[in-house]
Ligand binder design. Structure first.
Ligand SMILES: NC(=O)c1ccc[n+]([C@@H]2O[C@H](COP(=O)([O-])OP(=O)(O)OC[C@H]3O[C@@H](n4cnc5c(N)ncnc54)[C@H](OP(=O)(O)O)[C@@H]3O)[C@@H](O)[C@H]2O)c1
Length: 312
């Protein structure tokens, strides 16, 4: 049995990871802002100890990592509030690392960033050694957060790992539902590569890296098959019996008042290589391609029936 701390234990990823670790018999402390949420209450009933805290308030973190061996920082803030995003990713991460350094028991610390730091990179395969080239406000914040963390690793030999996580999907957060609800920002020329990871695979990666990951290392977390946006959404539309997707230019999206980071993220080409997690760690993914999920979700449902449910 190991002792874990999860910051953001009430979130989409955090709650699923907490459940997995509790089921495996580990001790889990969940750092949350809202102790009353149904999710947190459910995890507490499963045995999670709840720590009320806020990463941007260092005084709420005193002692949070005492006796803890492995730490996940799975917090994030709404993309449209960049000031808060900056506070959570840069200051918040630094505050949690400081609290963990003081405890002297932490042997692994994982921070889940995203792929905005890579920028818009065309057809190039992006490995962890590729240079970062942010091209929108969120990307610049991510680089600042990454750099602050990498400096702490270098100067203080803090055993942290940086994960650049692709777009997460799975039950309750599904691109099929998003297409049906017409909420997908289809921006750019459609030739850009999109990288994804299924939540079950992400949980496997988080579990494995805390034990076998290299302190100081960067890990891309994505499936085997980055796909051009027009092919990705084209296939979903076709399977749902819908007309092919229509993309809007970046200029049109910006002129319509869309947030530059949203436009930047939606239109960027990020062809993420997952060789480090699959080859170095020997991980085999349950969802190597989004098509496995498409088949699982849509299996046996005639497309006319789906088209009808979309129309309704
Ligand atoms: N979703 C994606 O596609 C995606 C892609 C790449 C990387 N990631 C990364 O994956 C991680 C997990 O994402 P997610 O989708 O699970 O996010 P989520 O569902 O929005 O959960 C984020 C959690 O962070 C907590 N939080 C926010 N600010 C905090 C603060 N100042 N102090 C303490 N807790 C705070 C929130 O608590 P409250 O409940 O109190 O608000 C929430 O429970 C994040 O680090 C995110 O950046 C996500």
């Amino acid at each position: 049995m190991a002792r874990y701390l999860i910051a953001g234990a009430g979130g989409y990823v955090g709650s699923r990871l907490a459940e997995r670790l509790l089921q495996a018999g580990h001790s889990v402390r969940g750092l949350v802002r809202n102790t009353d949420s149904d999710t947190v209450q459910r995890l507490a009933a499963l045995g999670m100890s709840v720590w009320e805290g806020d990463l941007t308030k260092p005084e709420s973190l005193v002692g949070v990592a005492n006796g803890i061996e492995r730490v996940y920082n799975l917090t994030t803030a709404p993309l449209l509030d960049l000031h808060l995003v900056q506070r959570v990713f840069v200051e918040g991460n630094r505050n949690l690392i400081a609290a963990c350094s003081r405890s002297r028991t932490v042997s692994a610390y994982l921070f889940t960033g995203n792929v905005a730091s890579y920028g818009d990179r065309g057809d190039t395969w992006l490995t962890e050694d590729s240079t970062v080239m942010p091209n929108h406000p969120l990307g610049h914040i991510m680089v600042e957060a990454e750099q602050a963390m990498l400096d702490l690793i270098r100067v203080h030999h803090f055993p942290a790992m940086l994960l650049r996580v692709a777009s997460i999907y799975g039950p309750g957060r599904d691109f099929i539902d998003a297409v049906q609800a017409n909420t997908v920002p289809l921006i750019g020329n459609g030739r850009n590569f999109l990288s994804h990871i299924h939540i079950d695979d992400l949980i496997d990666v988080l579990d494995l890296l805390a034990i076998e990951g290299q302190p100081g290392a960067v890990y891309n977390v994505a499936d085997d098959e980055p796909t051009r946006a027009r092919d990705f959404y084209g296939e979903i539309h076709e399977r749902l019996g819908l007309e092919p997707p229509q993309f809007f230019s970046k200029a049109m999206a910006l002129a319509a008042g869309m947030d530059p980071s949203v436009v930047g993220m939606a239109s960027a080409s990020v062809r993420l290589s997952n060789q480090r997690i699959t080859q170095e760690l020997g991980l085999s993914l349950r969802y190597p391609s989004f098509r496995v999920w498409l088949d699982e979700r849509l299996h046996g449902t005639p497309s006319e029936e789906l088209a009808l449910s979309v129309a309704i």
